[in-house]
Structure formats: C-alpha cells, structure tokens
Write a protein that binds this ligand. Structure first.
Ligand code: B12
Ligand code: SF4
Length: 464
C-alpha cells in the first residue's frame, strides 16, 4: 500500500527546517511491514499546488496528515481544498489527540488517530489492503459517508518502545534539516514528561491513554540509533530533545557512561532545574554535554506555583544554572510571556530572574492556549480569548490571542520584544542590542538577510 504523509511547518519562527519524529516512526513501521511511504513537507508558506502534483503522481492509498494545534488551520484548509481526495484521509498527532472532535469539522477527512499511531495506522493500512472494514480499530475515530462518527476506545501507551523501529529519517531530506539547524542532528529517546505544567500539553496527553506515560528506551537501543545516524549524515553536534533528559538517574548515567566511551560529538539536552546539581552537571560535561536548555518560564515563585503548576524556588533555579556554569556547560533559558492572570509586574520578575542568572542565551515566546491544557481551560472559563483574532495568521508564539485588561496586547508585545534586551543590557550591551533586533517586528526578515553569517551571529548571541 502507498501512504503519503503531509507535514505542515507554516509560519514557524526561526528558519530551521524540522524533522518530525511522529511521521518518522509511522513511516518506519509501515516500511518494515513492506508498504511504500512518501512525504510532502510544506515548509514556510501555505501552497497546496506541489501537494496536488504529488498526489497525482504518487496516487497514494492513504493520505496521512500530522499536526500540532497551531498548524490545524492549514491542515483543515488543505484537506478541504483537496476534497474529494481519492485516498483514505487520516489526521493524527497532538492536535487530533487532544481535540478529536475536529473530525466533524473537516470536510473530506475520514478518520483521526488519538494518541500513539504506530499500530493503529498499520492496522488501518492493512485493513484497507485486505478490503476489511477499519471500523473497529482501537484509537481511531472514523467518519462514515452519512456523517456518523465511530468513536473507538483508545489503546494504552506503547509499553515497549524498543520493539519499534528507528524513526525513518530518509523520508525527509535529513541532511538539509541537520544543516539548517547548525549541523545538529535531533534525537528523542523517551516519550512523555513526569511534570504537569499547566500550559504544556503533557498532562493532557498523559490522560488520553492508559498505562505508563514516561518511558525511556534501552540505552543500547539509543546508542545504536546514534551510530546509524552519525554514520549516514554529517553532524557536528547532537540534540537529545527529550522533554527532560535527566528525569531518570539510572538511565542517563548509563547513557553518559556508554556514550563517552564511543562518541566524541558534543550534545545538547533539555532538563528541569531540580534535576541538576554540580555532580550531575560534571558527569554530563564529561560525557560531552555542550548545552542545557532549562525552562524558567516565569520568574515569580508564587505565580509559577499557583498558575503554572511549577513548584520550585528561584534559588533552586539559580543553583541549577550555576552548576552548569561551573561544569563548563552553556545554558539556555526558556521563558513565556502573556499567561492568563499575569501582570506586567509578574513579568518583570521573569526579566529579573534571567538577569540574575545571565544564561548564555534566552528564548521567549508568547503564551498560546493549547487544547486540553489546564491553562486553556482557564482562558475559556475566564473568557480571555479574543475570538475576533482567531482567524488571523501570525508566526506562532510571537503574538497573543488573549484579551486581558491587566496585561494588554500592546504590553505583551512590548514585553516580548524587549525581554532579551532587558535581560542582557547590564551584562553585554552588544548582545542585548542584537537580540532587540532579532525580537523586533522585522526580526524574521533580518534573519533571512543575515542568513550567510548566521553561524557567527549564533556564536555571538548564544555562545555555541
Ligand atoms: C520534538 C518536538 C518539536 C520539534 C519537532 C517538531 C515536531 N512537529 O515533532 C521542534 C523543535 C521542531 C518542534 C516545533 C514545534 N513544536 Co514541538 N514539540 C516537540 C516535543 C518535545 C516532542 C514531539 C515528539 O517528537 N514526540 C515523539 C513522537 C513519536 O510523538 P508524536 O509526534 O506525538 O507522534 C505520535 C502520535 O502523535 C501519533 N501521530 C503523529 N502524527 C500522526 C499522523 C497520523 C496519520 C497518525 C495515525 C498518528 C500520528 O503517532 C506518533 C507515533 O506514536 C513535543 C512535546 C511532547 N511531549 O509531545 C512538543 C510539542 C509537540 N510542540 C509543540 C509546539 C506548539 C510546537 C511549535 C508550534 C512551536 C513553535 N515554534 O511555535 C512548533 C511546530 C512545528 C510543526 N510544524 O509541527 C506543542 C504542541 C501543542 C499542541 N497542542 O499543538 C508540544 C506538545 C509541546 C507543548 N508545548 O505542549 N517541536
Ligand atoms: S517540564 Fe517542560 S515538558 Fe515537562 S510538563 Fe513542564 S513544560 Fe512540559
């Protein structure tokens, strides 16, 4: 059977192309079972013409869309624009998992997949191949020609990640993706996150399937994947993009011990502050860790605990960054502005905490309410979403759809644009000014113009 995947990456900030592990996993499963897969990667601007041409040439049996919520509007527009599609059309990923009722909203869509899709998609493809009805496949909701929806129960989380193949990177132009991200190859060794931040989809995703949510693959399995990928693609660094690489001590210590025996490439990770101290950072550094991205999100202890579901002291956060610095690991902080119930004074605490820490780089995004999350529910119950702006297109995380009298849109935009400048102006004025430009309304155009020297710029503003 022939399956055509569609990955939309439209209006996303930064210029790097991205690899999509979900599609990679599904494609690997299908290929292992002898099916043929292809990908249409719609990057940058919305343009359905190349997809139409590929559909006509490849003539897939199944057209498979994957997507996060900010991309839903493009997926809907694409499917409806293509209808009637002469292929079974299915949509999976974080968005339909958290909002499966979108099946009724999209004309021409035949099914959605809730949660992990490796086995449901394989079963669907094989049912269609054998001319069997797919109506009873667990985790799929199906729309019949009369509009009736079959809502099957969702199967548990996959208990044995090591039984799954490595994600299919060949489907994408993986070398170009690595190159577009400063020659960094991306990996995911785990699924899920043990924490419950109210703005993040993890707590909502955890509730969608039964069974153990946070799962790490066997270390040897992960190392075999690194071996395969670094043997096939040119990479100067690796990014282990797990939600919290340091969540399980036994796992990461075994990983680091074995990694440093075999590999020399520096690697970057994400970690929660409470999982970092001097001893841990030194072990990570010895294994080759180059940079740790740490979520601060907001600088007020009270706001973090009461609204964001993150109970940790500012001193603990500072200690984590200092441990990285002492070990010689670069740091990056993740921050968000424009949360419901936030005020300019609460946001000032985010500037102050970052200025106190002085990370090697800071990232800020504007809050987006994702379906199924506790903060999205607060936005709805407190009537904070400006519905007149929902149809507007903007680069994700650079604008707000909330209408809050205590923190207005112009204040949020100003806070976002000036954040990095305000953090660094006391430490490094040139870097502060460069980041002021990057976060200005002309930042995206400027990035494109400066593309030839982007490696130098990154070194100057991010330290790596
Ligand atoms: C790695 C990652 C990235 C990477 C890779 C991008 C990507 N699209 O995967 C990068 C850094 C590029 C990225 C970018 C963005 N990301 Co991101 N990212 C993640 C992260 C940490 C892991 C995702 C992952 O690889 N999981 C492992 C794979 C195997 O799982 P999966 O993708 O969910 O796929 C499985 C199922 O969903 C399903 N499935 C998926 N697609 C399909 C399709 C079909 C047909 C079927 C049947 C099943 C199916 O089967 C797959 C295998 O089991 C998650 C957090 C998380 N815990 O999920 C956030 C997350 C997905 N990202 C998120 C967001 C918002 C973004 C951005 C919009 C941010 C931005 N810049 O504005 C962009 C969007 C880019 C894009 N066009 O999709 C949100 C999405 C929230 C939401 N409700 O939509 C998440 C959940 C984090 C959060 N804040 O809550 N991201
Ligand atoms: S620690 Fe990070 S990935 Fe985990 S729930 Fe919180 S925001 Fe999400």
């Amino acid at each position: 059977m022939k399956v055509l995947f569609v990955y939309t990456d439209i209006n996303v900030r930064g210029g790097a192309q991205s690899y999509q592990f979900g599609i990679g996993m599904l494609s690997a499963m299908l290929k292992r079972a002898g099916h043929t897969t292809r990908l249409h990667y719609m990057y940058g601007a919305y343009d359905p013409a190349p997809l139409r041409a590929l559909l006509a040439e490849f003539r897939p049996d199944v057209l498979a869309f994957s997507g996060v919520s900010p991309q839903y509007r493009y997926v809907k527009r694409l499917i409806e624009g293509l209808a009637p599609v002469p292929a079974f059309t299915i949509y999976g990923g974080v968005h339909p998992t958290l909002d499966p009722e979108c099946l009724t909203d999209v004309r021409g869509l035949d099914a959605v997949c809730i949660g992990e899709g490796e086995y449901p998609l394989l079963e669907l493809v094989e049912a269609l191949r054998d001319d069997r009805s797919p109506d009873g496949i667990p985790s799929l909701w199906l729309k019949k020609p009369d509009g009736r929806i079959i809502r099957n129960p969702t199967r548990p989380f996959c208990g044995r990640l090591d039984d799954l193949p490595f994600p299919d990177r060949e489907l994408f132009d993986h070398q170009a993706i690595v190159a577009s991200d400063f020659n960094t190859a991306l990996f995911m060794f785990s699924r899920g996150c043990p924490y419950n931040c109210t703005f993040c989809s993890n707590h909502a995703l955890r509730g969608k399937q039964e069974g153990l949510y946070v799962r790490f693959r066997q270390v040897d399995h992960c190392l075999a994947e690194i071996r395969e990928v670094t043997g096939r693609y040119r990479a100067e660094a690796l990014y282990f993009n797990d939600d919290c690489f340091t969540a399980h001590r036994a796992w990461w210590t075994e990983f680091c011990d074995k990694y440093q025996q075999e590999f020399r490439l520096p690697f970057d990770i994400n970690a929660r502050p409470e999982t970092l101290n001097d001893e841990i950072c030194q072990r990570l550094k010895a294994a080759g860790c180059r940079r740790i991205s740490i979520g601060i999100e907001n600088g007020s202890e009270q706001f973090r605990a009461e609204v964001l579901g993150r109970r940790q002291s500012n001193d603990r956060i500072v200690a984590a960054f200092e441990a990285c610095r002492r070990a010689g690991i670069k740091t990056k902080s993740f921050n968000i502005v424009g949360f419901p119930r936030e005020t300019p004074a609460i946001f000032q605490a985010t500037i102050d905490l970052n200025a106190r820490i002085n990370p090697d780089s800071v990232i800020i995004g504007i809050f987006e309410p994702y379906p199924g999350t506790q903060l999205a529910d607060i936005c709805r119950t407190e009537n904070l979403i400006d519905t007149s702006r929902l149809g507007e297109e903007f680069v994700g995380r650079t604008d707000t759809v909330l209408n809050m009298p205590q923190f207005t849109r112009p204040q949020i935009l100003k806070a976002y644009r000036n954040f990095a400048y305000n953090v660094y102006k006391r430490h490094a004025l040139r870097k502060a000014l460069a980041l002021r430009l990057y976060y200005s309304r002309y930042g995206e155009q400027l990035l494109r113009l400066l593309a030839p020297v982007r490696n130098l710029l990154r070194k100057a503003t991010m330290g790596v």
